[in-house]
Design a protein around this ligand. Structure first.
Ligand SMILES: [Zn+2]
Length: 453
């Protein structure tokens, strides 16, 4: 007798779909058996539903309108059961202190399990702390190749040094890969010409700046034997570089986000600053190429880049912040644009939103798969339910979404986090204080099959 049995759903793994029962005992999946074969104290009927491994979102920012707790709540509504936050250490801050503070806050307030990436805004000083930060369970560190004017940019000297240290500690560097100096010059030129910044937004976030920075990041990583993770890839030009790098087995992981797969700037421009994200969302041609890259496996992971910032339609575009609420719509958008349009299968959704991410972050097989012994992080997804995305039905504190009014087919019905229901038949049932911090081991994945020199 299990605690919970999920009955008769289409159980999805990357390599197969089968109608089965899942038996959960305590926090783990105890048994996966034939349909109608298991019994439990509680039964969740999943007939006609897809049963997916909980989404692992490798890219979240709980520092703007949504706190760690708020973000975890909007996440579970979207079928996300693990979040990996970017714990940024701004100039003058201690990375180690930020990590300790976030671990504590997450354990006390989050509704779901979490891991952390660091974020080195002053890499040259903060590198000193990395051995202690690794001991805290954080093995991936983001740096910015862009945003020089904001004082966030890591120059090539500091980047090389940081990768030397991160590589030797067995971790991974994550790079916001856009050439910051190119972008700053172009922006300055646009300002001098009094250009309409909304119209010229794509000019200030060119695909070439992204492609160049990815190439430089991965080559620096090659030199320093440091694996490189590229979040939020936005363009065809950038993916062509990734394709070349992967064809040579260089250690690079490619992430894109649903906003690049489900929106184009040509549609978004009417939302002005609300659609401002970095890198910019580009054209249909880029979106098509990103989908091809999902299909052929060049894209490894899907992150949301959830960063809801306060802004309004009529704010000044140039000074408006980059970022949008995204975590709750990640799975519905990916499903709607991917599965419903025949671009990918549910199995590929499981691979790209869960299993791949767990492997890359060193969380597998505890996370990332519907398997006996794994944590019972499970989404019951109703593929026949049509609904309309609107800020009214979203749970972020942001009062906008860039998908306002979009009809999607497929909705999260129930969600379990380590065996506990957090969404029960479209009702929130989360409990704070149950969340576990997950130490990552990003080096493990790269010890197989990648070439550093
Ligand atoms: Zn981000």
């Amino acid at each position: 007798m299990h605690d919970i049995v999920i009955k008769n759903g289409f159980v999805i793994r990357p390599e197969e779909t089968r109608v089965a029962d899942i038996g959960i005992t305590g926090e783990r999946i105890a048994e996966i058996g034939p349909a109608s074969s298991l019994s439990g104290k509680k039964t969740l009927d999943a007939e006609g539903m897809y049963v997916l491994p909980g989404v692992i979102d490798p890219h979240t920012h709980p520092v703007y309108l949504d706190s760690i707790q708020d973000l975890s709540k909007t996440a579970v509504w979207g079928g996300v059961t693990t979040v990996i936050h970017y714990a940024y250490a701004k100039p003058g801050q201690s990375q180690l202190e930020v990590i300790k503070k976030w671990k504590k806050e997450g354990q006390e307030t989050s509704f779901i399990d979490f891991a952390l990436h660091g974020g080195l805004f002053e890499a040259i000083k903060q590198i000193e702390e990395l051995p202690d930060c690794f001991k805290e369970g954080v093995s991936s560190y983001k740096m910015f190749m862009s945003y020089a004017k904001l004082g966030w940019m890591t120059d090539d000297y500091a980047l090389t040094k940081a990768m030397d240290v991160i590589g030797r500690l067995g971790g991974m560097a994550a790079l916001h890969a856009e050439n910051g100096m190119m972008i700053d010059y172009i922006q300055d030129k646009m300002i001098a010409e009094k250009a309409d910044m909304t119209k010229e937004f794509l000019t200030t976030s060119p695909a070439i700046a992204e492609a160049e920075a990815i190439f430089r990041a991965v080559y620096t990583g090659r030199l320093m034997h440091c694996p490189v993770y590229i979040p939020h890839i936005s363009s065809k030009e950038a993916m062509e570089v990734v394709s070349y790098l992967k064809s040579r087995s260089f250690p690079v992981v490619a992430e894109t986000c649903p906003q690049y797969l489900a929106q184009t700037w040509d549609e978004l421009v009417k939302l002005g600053p609300l659609g401002k994200v970095g890198p910019a969302i580009k054209h249909q041609e880029d979106q098509d190429y990103l989908w091809q890259s999902v299909q052929n496996g060049l894209i490894d992971t899907i992150g949301s880049d959830h960063a809801p910032k306060p802004k309004k339609l009529d704010d000044d575009f140039f000074t408006a912040p980059y970022g949008t609420p995204e975590v709750e719509t990640l799975l519905p958008n990916l499903w709607n644009e991917g599965v419903n349009r025949g671009r990918i299968t549910p199995n590929e959704v499981a691979r790209i939103t869960s299993e791949n991410t767990a492997k890359i972050m060193g969380l597998y097989p505890r996370k990332g798969r519907l398997a006996e012994g794994s944590d019972a992080d499970i989404v019951i997804f109703d593929p026949s339910k049509e609904w309309t995305i609107s800020r009214e039905n979203q749970h972020s504190n942001a009062d906008y979404t860039i998908f306002e009014g979009r009809k999607v087919l497929g909705k999260v019905s129930s969600v379990l986090s380590r065996g506990g229901l957090v969404i029960d038949n479209e009702r929130f049932a989360g409990e704070a204080g149950r969340a576990v911090f997950l130490p990552t081991d990003t080096g493990r994945y790269f010890r197989q099959g990648f070439v550093f020199s």
